[in-house]
Design a protein around this ligand. Structure first.
Ligand code: HMG
Ligand code: MG
Length: 290
């Protein structure tokens, strides 16, 4: 028997990561329909939107309206807040769970949020302080945790520099992003195992993109390293506008199917995903090109 957790949490990131890179502006009403369908499917929380600059990511320009809709539905959700301005917007929108994201590789971080890794981490000091004053839950992404679309390989030390800071700042969870989808099960197992040994009290999450069709294998490798929280996107949508060529996130349906068949509890019935998955795919023009 494999030695693995009995229960996992699947965090659905489709409304945010899934849609952010779609070239066609998706009407806010259709995003709400997607969120409502996902909420009904039983996810414990969703990543709903991002308070980023509408010029940088036009698809997320309705963040305030999406947050208001999630508040109205009463579902737990996360919104991305990479800088202080975005935190102010999230606070004004009554968001309770935020996510910061910092690239282990400065080359990526510059393209993504126009700051070096160190500058972003310094800004996180203030973001964390303000968010903690308001009892917000803080997810801290380390993007390019394994590999970078601009720099290539990312070392364990580069990854650990960011993790160390997030642990010190008191992140509620640290999410390792395989932003360009170049990770493999060996590096995933090694890095999660080492980080768990270094920071036994920290909570880690796996966030894999499926560029090389390794997302599910990487989820399994992380599971074997004791990770029990995974991000995924309904229909396998997703990709970062600043990681050229990156494909969608690990597909929610595939994770749910695998875990349910393995007897690992997810709290989500596979059959409940069918309708919402078809709807999510109908919103995407990128999927057709995968
Ligand atoms: P910037 O241009 O460097 O911002 O953008 P700035 O501080 O220089 O300010 C310039 C102007 O923008 C100012 O306005 C600010 O007020 C305004 P002005 O005074 O000129 O009128 N501004 C804002 N307006 C609205 N919302 C804001 C905001 N901030 C400043 N938040 C910024 C910096 C971070 C905003 C920009 O780089 C940005 O929006 N980047 C988008 C990053 C992004 O969304 N990437 C995709 C998500 S990350 C991802 O996909 C990876 C992940 O999935 C994990 C993985 O896969 O690894 C999470
Ligand atoms: Mg991502």
């Amino acid at each position: 028997m494999l030695s693995i957790p009995k229960k996992v949490e699947i965090i659905e990131v489709g409304p945010r990561d899934g849609l952010q890179n779609e070239p066609r502006p998706i009407p806010t009403g259709q995003k709400k329909e997607l969120i409502s369908g996902l909420a009904k499917a039983g996810f414990s929380r969703l990543e709903a939107t991002a308070f980023v600059h509408p010029k940088w990511v036009p698809q997320m320009s309705d963040a305030e309206e999406i947050a208001a809709y999630c508040n109205q539905l009463g579902i737990p959700y996360i919104a991305l807040t990479p800088n202080l301005k975005s935190l102010e917007r999230a606070i004004a929108a009554n968001v309770k769970q935020i996510a910061v994201f910092v690239g282990a590789s400065t080359a990526f971080n510059m393209k993504n949020i126009n700051k070096t890794t160190k500058q972003s981490l310094d800004e996180c000091e203030i973001i964390f302080e303000k968010a903690k004053d308001r009892n917000m839950f803080i997810r801290a992404y380390v993007s390019t945790a394994f590999s970078c679309p601009y720099q290539g390989d990312v070392s364990f030390d580069e990854l650990n520099e960011v993790c160390k800071r997030f642990v010190r700042l008191g992140a509620d969870e640290i999410d390792l992003g395989d932003t360009n989808g170049f990770a493999n099960p060996q590096i995933v197992y090694d890095r999660f195992s080492r980080l768990k040994e270094l920071y036994p009290d920290a909570v880690f999450v796996g966030h894999f993109h499926d560029t090389k069709k390794m997302a599910l294998a990487n989820v399994l490798a992380a599971l074997l390293a004791g990770i029990d929280k995974f991000d995924s996107s309904i229909g396998g949508l997703g990709g970062c506008p600043f990681s050229p060529g990156a494909k969608g996130n690990a597909a929610t349906e595939e994770l749910i199917w695998m875990f349910n068949e393995m007897g690992v509890e997810t709290g989500i019935a596979y059959e409940r995903l069918e309708g919402v998955s078809a709807f999510a795919k109908s919103l995407s023009t990128r999927l057709a090109n995968y």
